[in-house]
Write a protein that binds this ligand. Structure first.
Ligand code: G
Ligand code: G
Ligand code: MN
Length: 511
């Protein structure tokens, strides 16, 4: 378990990043597929327009060839040439009718022979092509007229719109395909419209013939991109979703790793995995239980019981120590509160606090709530503050300790002898107990200098009228020495290891 200090991240951002990891490949992939669909559709309209252009040019070649052959005949008497006209109509698949013109006057046609009709060159785009919506013979059938003229002579050949709309329909089976001649255009249904070509919404391609005066436009209706994707890409979509899920899962796991400490401890706090263990403190003279120190343990679901020195420093750094201690106090109150009536003299309950607890007055509320859970007068709440990181006297800390004292809460300096608190300090914070660090106790009978320090601390506390607790008492020799020197309270494995609540209450009642 990596328990190093890391900055805190706000709640919810984990889910957000996981979602982002999952959605990003899906969105990107989707965009790429969309562009790919657009490319495919554009290629399709380009080749459709190309094909249509070639077809129309082939048909017009046929029509134009006919006009070229007839042109020299213009001017001759209609009776002499009408058979030649009819022969063109019969022989050429794409010629529906043929006429001859002299001086802008249509005087002979394949259908009627002699005729009389004004020809207006302005009707023809570039003087050569006119897309018309039928003529008196076939009023509602599109007709493409090809005009060839030289001096006074002229020849007109027509191409039936039926062929044209057939090409539009057959080549543009899936596309919208239109034929434009000058101001008129023809749609697949064979109707001629007047005006500009409509804009084709998707993948429009326009091609203009280099031989004849016409343009073809191919395209797709609105939403074709989506229809195409829906019909062609479902397997790719499944793949995208698979990638999304994998990438989201990887993002999730990576974050869990990098965010581990704070995230893991926040989770543990919610899950009430920080539980109190209780180590008895005994009277120096009678060895009867005078109280307990509450020691935090992390009941980790995977790592088992985690010792506090592994996670407390981190909890302090991240500020989580405050809610963790609050939870510990609540659990302690729930556990010991109900048996508090049976305590015959005030039972000391020691809770470890840190400098983080002294930044505001919240601790007073926590202590008040804690005391409320016990029978009045049944306990003394002792807050243990380690000497290694003493708090600075400030307006807020002095106010805090004053309010705590008013509540009847006592203060102990923990690990005493390892730091350097002055007498002024002890007085300023109204300290009630000194807890002698176990390193001095361990040296009893071994190291003369440590024993001197120990003696000095004991003397000092007697002079200052402070209660004194010796920690880490493991042997009878240590116990006897400390008792002989007037140490009021002893704590250590000799009298009891830290134990879970149920075990502690059981031992307490049998004590
Ligand atoms: O027995 P133990 O291993 O529990 O304690 C190791 C260290 O962790 C000791 O220095 C002890 O003061 C500290 N510690 C144990 N419980 C708490 C707690 O609830 N809060 C704080 N701040 N320190 C604790
Ligand atoms: O809060 P404090 O630093 O006093 O924490 C007490 C620490 O000392 C805890 O880690 C507790 O488990 C440990 N401890 C308690 N009794 C003994 C003991 O007799 N011997 C040793 N070595 N450690 C002890
Ligand atoms: Mn302690």
């Amino acid at each position: 378990m990596p328990l190093s200090a890391k900055s805190r991240r706000p709640f919810g951002s984990h889910t957000f990043v996981t979602l982002l990891c999952g959605l990003l490949p899906v969105i990107l992939g989707f965009a790429i597929l969309y562009m790919q669909a657009e490319r495919v559709l554009r290629q399709s309209t380009q080749s459709t327009a190309d094909e249509a252009l070639r077809q129309f040019e082939l048909m017009l070649d046929n029509t134009a060839q006919s006009a070229r052959e007839l042109l020299p005949l213009a001017g001759q008497a209609c009776n002499d040439v009408k058979l030649a006209l009819r022969e063109q109509v019969t022989r050429r698949p794409f010629v529906r009718s043929a006429s001859l013109v002299l001086d802008d006057n249509l005087y002979c046609s394949s259908l009627f022979g002699d005729a009389q009709e004004k020809v207006n060159a302005g009707d023809y785009t570039q003087g050569s092509l006119w897309l018309m919506n039928g003529n008196p013979v076939t009023p509602d059938t599109a007709l493409l007229v090809y005009r060839l003229s030289k001096g006074k002579q002229g020849a007109l050949t027509t191409l039936d719109g039926y062929h044209l709309s057939n090409v539009l329909r057959l080549i543009g089976r899936k596309t919208l395909l239109l034929l434009q001649v000058g101001p008129n255009w023809l749609s697949t249904d064979g109707k001629v419209h007047v005006g500009a070509l409509p804009v084709l919404p998707v993948a429009e391609s326009k091609l203009t013939s280099s031989h004849y005066a016409f343009t073809v436009a191919a395209g797709f209706p609105e939403g074709e991109n989506w229809r195409y994707m829906a019909s062609e890409y479902p397997p790719l979509f499944s793949l995208l979703i698979f990638f999304g899920v994998v990438s989201g899962a990887i993002g999730h796991v990576l974050q869990k790793r990098t965010w581990s400490p704070t995230h893991e401890m926040q989770r543990a706090l919610k899950a009430q995995e920080f539980v109190p263990y209780f180590q008895p403190v005994v009277h120096g003279d009678t060895k009867k239980w005078s109280g307990t120190e509450v020691l935090m343990r992390w009941k980790h679901p995977k790592e088992g019981m985690v010792r506090p020195d592994l996670f407390i420093p981190f909890a302090e750094h991240s500020g989580l120590i405050v809610p963790m201690t609050r939870s510990l106090m609540q659990q302690t109150a729930q556990c010991l509160g109900p048996v508090s009536q049976s305590f015959d003299s005030p039972f000391h309950i020691g809770i470890n606090i840190t400098a983080s607890h002294c930044n505001d007055l919240e601790l007073v509320k926590d202590c008040r709530a804690f005391l409320r859970a016990f029978a009045p007068g049944s306990i003394h709440l002792v807050l243990e503050l380690t000497e290694r990181e003493l708090i600075k006297p400030s307006e807020i800390t002095l106010e805090l300790f004053e309010q705590l004292h008013a509540l009847g809460v006592m203060i102990a300096i923990d690990d005493f002898g390892t730091g350097h608190s002055s007498l002024v300090y002890l007085r300023q914070f109204n300290v009630d107990f000194l807890k002698i660090d176990q390193s001095f106790v361990a040296m009893i009978g071994i190291d003369a200098l440590s024993r001197h320090i120990l003696d000095t601390i004991i003397e000092l506390s007697v002079k200052l009228d402070l209660g004194i607790v010796a920690e880490g008492v493991e042997t009878e020799e240590q116990s006897d020495y400390l008792t002989a020197h007037g140490v009021n309270f002893l704590q250590g494995y000799l009298f009891g290891q830290p134990m879970p609540g149920a075990e502690f209450i059981n031992a307490l009642t049998h004590h």
